[in-house]
Structures are given as C-alpha cells and as structure tokens.
Design a protein around this ligand. Structure first.
Ligand SMILES: C[S@@+](CC[C@H](N)C(=O)[O-])C[C@H]1O[C@@H](n2cnc3c(N)ncnc32)[C@H](O)[C@@H]1O
Length: 381
C-alpha cells in the first residue's frame, strides 16, 4: 500500500496539508474515527470536480495518493474531502492570482471570461425590495454589471470615480466589493437617495466609506488631484434623450409618479439644447478632467447608447470615441481606446417602430467604452 492508509499520509506536498499532519502529532485526544471508505479514480474525479488531466497532475505532484487494495488503485474518500479544504485544491479549481497582477485580484480563470466583448445585463428586477430606490431614477445602471467592471479594473481598497453618480449604483458596487467611491451628482434628490441606498441596502454606516459630492462635475472635478484615481466608471446623460423618450415610457413613469428626467438645472448635461455643445462639455469639462485624475496605466469605462433624434440616428458612442481616442490630457498623457464591450439588454420588449415601412432599430444594447490613460506626453493643440 503506497503511503499507508491513514488519511493524512495519503496527501503530501501541499503546505496546508503538511500543517494538518503536524497538528496530528499533538497529544492524543479523542479522535473522530476516519472515514475508511475507498473509491475508484472515476468517482474520485467526480468528488473533486476535476478533469482526468488535472486529477493525474495532482497524483503526479503527490497531492493525492492512491492505495493499492486487492490489486486495485483506490482513493480514501475522507482524504479527498480533506484535500478539498486546502488552498492547493482551491488554486486548482479557481486558479491563483498571478503575483505580477497589478490590475485586479482575479485569478487567470476569473480573468478570461471578463475579456469577452459582450456581457448580458443582469439586474435585481423591478420588484426586488433592494431595487426600490434605483427605480425612482430615470436611468440607473445595474450595480451588478458595474461590479464586474470594478472587480476587473481595480484591486480591493482602490479608488473608483463616478462623475455622474445618480442614485449611487457605482458606490453600492464599490461597497459590496471593498473599493472606495468618489461619486459626484448634481441633483440633491439623487445625491441624498444614493446615500440612503447604501445605508438601507448594504448596511448602516456604509455610506461613510465613500465620498459623495453634491455638485456639478464640471466644477468639482478640477478640485480632485492629478493621478489619484484607480478607475473611472460612469454613464453620462445621453444628451436630452429623456425629454424625447418614447411617449409610452414617459406615460408609464408619470402614471407611477416617477421622475421622467434628472433635474431642471441648467448645469444638468441632460438639459443642454445643442448636441454639439453637449458633446463639447461632456468631453472637455468632464471626461478629459476625469482622465487627469486617473493614475497612468489605469482605465476608464463609459456606458453609453446610440439614440435617435426624430428621424436622425445619432451614434453617440462613435462621437465619444472620435473625441476621446488619443485625446491629450492636461498634466500629461493620452487616452487610448482599448475596447467597446457590448452590454446586451435582452429583457427589453420589442416595439414595432417603423413597421411596415422602414427599418427602425430596437436599440437593445449599450456600449461600454474602455479607455486607458497612457503615459505619453500631452500633444500640442
Ligand atoms: C445616466 S444618469 C447616471 C445614473 C447612475 N449611473 C445610477 O446608476 O444611478 C446621469 C446622472 O448625471 C447627473 N448629472 C447631469 N449633469 C450633471 C453634472 N453637470 N454634474 C454631475 N452630475 C450630473 C444626472 O442628475 C443623472 O443622475
């Protein structure tokens, strides 16, 4: 019999198992009787949830040792169960965080799916008790979707900026994942609700972990230090789209006593009359300023959608890319586009726009524009 038939002798080379072995040398107490059931390799792979290839690798490394019983190679079930409690096993199943990884806390296995160019929107659903504050806002995004971006683009404890904070979806995602949020929101109504949202949905006192600013991003951002933020994620107003939105959607919100636009303030980017002026302010007063606050090498993600203005299709995401890609940042550096992830909104109802005369798109996706701040010196204007 290889390695004896005791539970601990079955497994070696794994530091936390070695520790278990040493503990066994302590003065003898009343010991629980070990489970002496044995199983075949196929059953062992099933218990461990490992492929044959990985299973054989663990045997080669001596992490699992077979016992020869009546000419058969068998595995002690309790030893397998004990192996499942170790970090070695956890690393096998989930992978481990590469020590060179300065971007996030993800293992290779967790990293890979996040590089897909699309993701399906996931929310709590309008009737969920924790969606009641979010529902009051005319255009919130899902804190769960944003949580995925935050987990990919930051490590625990890092600083995330949202210059259009709304009802605090970014702050909530930060709290859930142990990051710190700077959230700027113009409307006092949404600002107050975002604080209330954390206090009621996540836990009393949690809003104090974050910096909630009630003000205009165009004047608040210049007050933030250069190279101080680790990630920026936001969804800006889509020009005046809320004022032009589908009449049915507006009627529904009015009937339910819900706001149909963000505010009546002149500083509200959703109230700027001309699209050209709106883009100019959004790019130069907000996003370029956000880029200045970003640490070099770090990322910003902007969630936007294209939209129609009467019969005209406005490719807002293209306009933003054209304005921001390789834009010079005051104090140095440029922004470079890294990807345009598509956020699929498969739950939206199809409306018969244009039928039966013309193609009028049901826009059921958003773009997540991902830019990186590169160290390059600012170009001359
Ligand atoms: C698309 S919403 C963001 C919603 C947010 N992501 C959430 O999930 O709650 C855009 C927000 O930007 C705010 N806003 C508009 N102009 C602003 C400005 N100049 N400075 C700061 N916030 C502004 C609006 O009041 C609105 O809440």
């Amino acid at each position: 019999m290889k390695g004896g038939d005791g539970v601990h002798e079955q497994i070696s080379m794994c530091p936390d198992m070695i520790e278990t072995k040493q503990q066994d040398k302590a003065p003898k107490k009343e010991k629980e009787k070990p489970n002496m059931d044995y199983c075949t390799a196929t059953k062992a792979m099933q218990i461990l949830g490992l492929s044959r290839h990985t299973f054989e690798k663990t045997i080669k490394k001596g992490q699992i040792i077979a016992s020869e019983i009546n000419g058969k190679r068998l595995y002690l079930v309790s030893a397998l169960q004990e192996f499942m409690q170790t970090n070695c096993y956890n690393d096998l199943v989930n992978g481990s965080v590469d020590p060179r990884n300065s971007l996030n806390d993800l293992t290779g296995k967790e990293w890979l799916p996040e590089t897909k160019s699309y993701l399906y929107q996931k929310g709590l659903g309008a009737n969920h008790p924790e969606a009641q504050i979010e529902k009051l806002h005319p255009a919130p995004y899902s804190f769960q979707d944003i949580g995925r971006l935050i987990r990919f683009f930051t490590k625990s404890g890092m600083i995330v900026l949202d210059p259009f904070g709304g009802v605090g979806s970014t702050a909530k995602a930060c709290e859930v994942d142990g990051r710190k949020c700077i959230s700027i929101e113009l409307s006092p109504v949404w600002h107050d609700l975002s604080i209330k949202r954390l206090e009621t949905e996540v836990g009393e006192g949690t809003s104090s972990h974050h910096h909630f600013i009630n003000g205009d991003s165009c004047t608040e951002l210049p007050k933030l230090p250069t190279d101080s933020v680790d990630f920026m994620v936001t969804s800006p107003p889509y020009w005046g789209i809320l004022h032009k939105k589908d009449q049915k959607v507006i009627k529904n919100r009015v009937a339910n006593n819900l706001e149909t636009h963000y505010s009546d303030s002149e500083q509200d980017l959703g109230n700027v009359e001309s699209y050209t002026d709106f883009l100019e302010i959004l790019v130069n007063k907000v996003f370029i300023e956000c880029a200045r606050t970003l640490r070099p090498g770090r990322y910003m993600a902007i969630v936007v959608s294209d939209f129609r203005d009467k019969n005209k299709f406005i490719s807002f995401h293209c306009d933003l890319i054209n304005a921001l890609n390789r834009a010079a940042i005051p104090d140095g550096g440029i922004l470079t586009l890294q990807g345009t992830k598509i956020l699929i909104q498969n739950h939206k109802s199809l409306l018969p726009y244009g039928y039966p005369f013309s193609y009028v798109e049901n826009i059921h996706h958003q773009y997540i524009l991902i830019f990186r701040k590169e160290k390059k010196a600012a170009r001359k204007k």
